[in-house]
Design a binder for this molecule. Sequence first.
Ligand SMILES: Nc1ncnc2c1ncn2[C@@H]1O[C@H](COP(=O)(O)OP(=O)(O)OP(=O)(O)O)[C@@H](O)[C@H]1O
Ligand SMILES: [Mg+2]
Length: 402
Amino acid sequence: MSTFSRDTEIFRDEDMLREDYQPESITAREEELEAYKTALQPVVNGAQPRNIFLYGKTGVGKTAVSRYLLTRLQQDTAQYDDVDLSVVWLNCTNLSSSYQVAVNLVNELREPDEQISTTGYPQQRVFDILYEELESIGGTILLVFDEIDHIGSDDEILYELPRARSNGYLESVKPGVIGISNDFGFRDELSPKVKDTLCEEEIHFPPYQAPELEAILQRRVDGALYDNATAAGVISLCAALSAQDTGSARQALNLLYKAGELARAAGESTIIESHVHEARDALEQSQIEHGMRELTRHGHLALVATLDLALQDATPARVRDIYPRYRTIAEHSDADPLVRRRMHDHLADLSMLGILDRWARNEGRAGGQYYEYEFKVDLTTVCEVVADFEGISLPDTVARHT
Ligand SMILES: Nc1ncnc2c1ncn2[C@@H]1O[C@H](COP(=O)(O)OP(=O)(O)OP(=O)(O)O)[C@@H](O)[C@H]1O
Ligand SMILES: [Mg+2]
């Protein structure tokens, strides 16, 4: 008998539940699609494109809707000889400045053997190279900057590009910029001149409600799962749980995918509600682990200090008890300890991430309030994560558990 064989139950095409799957049709985004289409209409008419800014929380369809609609736009404008449309897509994750965006854009447009280095040019020179590249393409060029918030306040390029034609840097090109972001702070903090330019057309993607998530899931399930692979109520449960939590289609899809994996692993042919609950716990757990790993160095130090106390049964603990542990561990790890108030901010972050529980307590008659902290997650998990921290000298109690 072979060790591996194809699934004949549950998953028909599990790739359809994956992050990078591009759905052929968009469900439950009529208003946003309508607004987006209107904003893109000048392109169809061969006019100067408008600049568009899409924003909304993670997993609400900004990327999927853009890919869908821009593909359609390219197909539908092909019939007009006087519209020569190019769409250039750049994901700005890890690009922290306008300079880096410009360099990456140039390299996106150039052949692999003509790439420019990511450092060493003056900014204006890179912009000039970029204009040359765009000029050699010509026509209408839509530049899509996904995850644009990564450039932070260094947003010059969002001002320069849309104006490049009126400023005489571009002649045969009609440029349009589409910015996409899930960071509301970024939108609010754009410099006023960029805001005026980029946010000519703003489209907000609100979180999905349960019925919308259910429709999206249902559409996906039809191809991804075998008929009858889900028990009654499973899809609406995934939709309801995700709607209550984040309203993210990504979360809903992940939940269903994970539930399917659990059912498959258990050798069952149907996903039932308990798989969904288990899947939610598992995903929450891995999200929390991820959150712990992604903390800053001082976040890690504050975590280890609290863990040290927890392993000695000294939690719930007050900041005044955690702080000295933190200081010692920081000093042993060659880190400059923060002042107590700043370390306390890190504890507050840990509780916001769902890693610690915190309670406000009143100091008896004397008045005054203080906080107590305790782990909200399983200590074994914390120990496993902490064991991978680099450059932190773990106290004996903690080291013994890793
Ligand atoms: N309206 C929809 N119809 C069909 N699938 C959708 C819809 N909205 C989202 N999805 C699916 O949900 C997942 C997440 O969507 P998407 O990647 O577009 O989110 P996003 O808003 O770009 O999130 P982020 O800000 O994290 O990048 C994708 O797999 C996408 O295909
Ligand atoms: Mg996206």
